[in-house]
Write a protein that binds this ligand. Structure first.
Ligand code: NDP
Length: 256
């Protein structure tokens, strides 16, 4: 297996049926990895699985709501069974949003976003740590957001979960380096998916995103999955603890 290959790597990608997660599943599988993925919707998972099998990808699936502890534990049992107690790659992709002014959030909405975006990823890292260590060289990639780096109209709770994820990346990189586990974070700008299509359908909003983005367009899921794949390859074995924005230049733009 070469530096630019994921041949025979074993990967868990959360939330692989749509958007960025789907692109990551397909990118890793096309590069030779065996991939396990999950989401809450059994029918959609079944449809994707058929497509993936038809394309010759080695993908297996579990129905799982990652915000529920017992379901997370069940997922990791499935993964450990499938991959013989080892795992090379964990991509923490699941995340969602409720956009409203800070004063408008209920206690339930706060707990829901924290559980879905942050706690699920943190707990999965805890649960898969023995599997990543057993593989001898593990790679964790978080999908956070530029909303965790600069202030956007994303809602404060979403931004808090992503900012915390950027910091978690640094701590795990240092704490688990001794186990040869690298931890990095990809922070997308606006990418057209089922999560963002509602807000991007607002022409005025879309124009303001484009006007602040040096490349003057929103991104596509495959422009995120390429970096995720690189961060899991032998070619990136000295990169750890980094948060890399994939945002058409939005977060470095002063006044262009
Ligand atoms: P989508 O909503 O399009 O896809 C989310 C995926 O995660 C689906 O497969 C969904 O399936 C699954 N999922 C959601 N909640 C859960 C859950 N509780 N348990 C298990 N699976 C779940 O989102 P995107 O692809 O746009 O976003 C992916 C990640 O990228 C998120 O973390 C998001 O914050 C981040 N991101 C996205 C940006 C964008 O512009 N799109 C920008 C910056 C970051 P199901 O609903 O059936 O469970």
């Amino acid at each position: 297996p070469g530096r630019w290959s994921l041949h025979d790597k074993m990967a868990l990608v959360t939330g692989g049926t749509r958007g960025i997660g789907r692109a990551v599943v397909e990118e890793l599988a096309a590069l030779g990895a065996a991939v396990h993925t999950c989401c809450r919707n059994e029918a959609e998972l079944g449809e994707r699985l058929k497509e993936w099998e038809a394309r010759g990808f080695r993908v297996t699936v579990s129905v799982c709501d990652l915000s529920a502890r017992d379901q997370r534990e069940g997922l990791i049992r499935d993964v450990a069974d499938r991959f013989g107690g080892k795992l090379d790659i964990l991509v923490n992709n699941v995340g969602t949003n409720i956009r409203k002014p800070t004063t408008g959030y209920s206690a339930e909405e706060y707990s829901f976003l924290m559980a879905t975006n942050l706690e699920s990823a943190y707990r999965l890292c805890q649960l898969v740590h023995p599997l990543l260590r057993a593989s001898g060289s593990g790679s964790i990639v978080f999908i956070s957001s530029v909303a965790g780096i600069v202030a956007l109209f994303s809602g404060t709770i979403y931004a808090m979960t992503k900012g915390a994820m950027n910091q978690l990346t640094k701590n795990l990189a240092c704490e688990w380096a001794k186990d040869n586990i690298r931890t990095n974070c990809v922070a997308p700008g606006y990418i057209l998916t089922s999560l963002s299509e509602g807000i991007l359908a607002n022409k005025e909003f879309e124009d303001s995103v484009k006007s602040r983005t040096p490349l003057r367009r929103v991104g596509e899921p495959a422009e995120i999955s390429s970096l995720v794949a690189f961060l899991c390859m032998p070619g990136s074995t000295y990169i750890t603890g980094q948060t890399i924005a994939v945002d058409g230049g939005m977060t470095v733009n002063g006044l262009y």
